[in-house]
Design a protein around this ligand. Structure first.
Ligand code: ZN
Length: 143
């Protein structure tokens, strides 16, 4: 099955909040995924991230808080470990944010910002999406 050329909303990653990347990695490795050996720290979000590719677009992202100030720490405290957000790739995150805001969707940030992997990202508030935190992300060519 192939996607229509016009589709501008492609699954990029499923992010999972974990207490320990080292402890959780093994589960996904047992399932058959391979993690890139390098962990990335996103200082702004106070998290360590580990990526495993699923197909040419999608990957699993494990998020481990590096501080009790991290929103991921707070998430785990209130809901436990588990799926934190879904991320979809779009061609223009700024336009998509404005489009969706005009349709009444609430966003976490008024303006897109730089996230993991140097992508430009924003998050649609779960109150607008039936309880699912949805990230939209644009790969930047010249960062
Ligand atoms: Zn993400």
């Amino acid at each position: 099955m192939s996607l229509p050329d016009s589709q501008d909303f492609i699954l990029d990653h499923v992010a999972i909040a974990v207490k320990s990347i080292a402890a959780t990695k093994k589960i996904y490795e047992d399932l058959g995924l391979v993690f890139s050996p390098k962990l990335e720290e996103v200082k702004e979000q106070k998290v360590l991230t580990a990526f495993a590719q699923i197909d040419e677009n999608a990957h699993i992202e494990l998020l481990e808080p590096t501080s009790i100030e991290s929103t991921i720490h707070k998430f785990i405290e209130s809901k436990g470990e588990g799926i934190h957000h879904l991320c979809f790739k779009v061609t223009d995150v700024k336009t998509k944010t404005l489009d969706l805001m005009q349709k009444g969707y609430k966003f976490i940030y008024p303006e897109p910002r730089i996230g993991a992997g140097g992508c430009l990202v924003n998050f649609i508030h779960p109150k607008s999406t039936g309880g699912v935190l949805i990230e939209i992300s644009q790969r930047l060519e010249h960062v």
